[in-house]
Ligand binder design. Sequence first.
Ligand code: ARG
Length: 398
Amino acid sequence: MRVALSYSGGLDTTVSIKWLQEKYDAEVITVTVDVGQPEDFEEVEKRAYGAGAVKHYLIDGKTRFADEFVSKAIRANALYQGEYPVSTALARYLIAEEVARVAKAERCDAVAHGCTGKGNDQLRFDATLAVLVPEMRVIAPVREWDMSRDEEMDYARSKGLRLDLGKSQFSIDENLWGRSLEAGDLEDPWNEPPWEALKFVRPPTEWRDGEELVIEFDGGIPVAIDGEKMKLDVMIQHLNFRAGRHGVGLIDHIEDRVIGLKSREVYEAPAATLLIRTHRDLEKLVLSRRALAFKKHVEDEWSWLVYAGLWYDPLREALDAFIDETQRYVTGEVRVRLEKGALLVRGRRSPYSAYSEELITYSAASRFDQRAGEAFSRIWSLESQIFSRARREVRSGR
Ligand code: ARG
């Protein structure tokens, strides 16, 4: 059997190489996708071959991740349960797609991933693989082998596997759009996330003087900072450090996993926090009240689909079509201040702005005919008037 394995270089997937060889007598081809994780990819390759991989692929997915996945998430203001920018979730679809591509090219019989049986990631991988390579078997060693982390380490040692496990007690998943931390002391939701475990979001002792920046959007996509055009993946990397050093972008919340478990999640996502906040602000200037209210439902549904492994549900594309239509007008600039842990929107402007100073102004020169307000206002509460009269009549016995 020939298997393409999604390979991160961590303990689970390194042990998986050996285990697939032993249990399935498999030839294992490893596929590592760079979605912006800070990894020594040469070391990852050595580790894969050291564990017995017959071939290793390293695929740079950063640009595609930003342009085809994150850009949609920005336009959708995607935040699962109002908080999590679905960063880990989004990247899984791209990684699984690349694994499927390699599996086809290499004429594999099966594909494999390192997800556990109680998380959300298995749903994203399994769905993508079932859609893209339905003819191939999907193997998830961690779901099958039933080893604890200590047992895995013993297994790795007994097989002489090359491992360089970080000292971190946390399970960390990082890509351009966010850095997720789980496990260790964080499993007690009362414990606060230790500053030492954070990479982008800096503690108050390191906060600098505040600063202001202007984010420019074109069709709902951020394209420049302070007038300087930037590719999206570059901009995100820049903003993770720039907003993070003011203490912006830490998300600590209780999340409902798809399978029904509550999970304590800590995310660092300074760029996502800043870009979604400014994007949403600009939308308020250029979209109608009803479009905004309706889009909120679309956003929640979009975020849920992405979170829940349902990227390939036709509804996601239909929602994207709605979002695309709204984004034609989301062009303009948002001025934002970063200071002492706060992110404050300070101004916005757009050629499509529906804000009418002439009409809204308090000054005498307003073109608004206030006399028209009288009839409007009387009829606006018509239902309330009718209901309250009808009920008053019943109460008074008439
Ligand atoms: N709860 C998040 C999700 O399901 C993130 C999971 C992050 N994984 C990790 N090993 N820290 O998308």
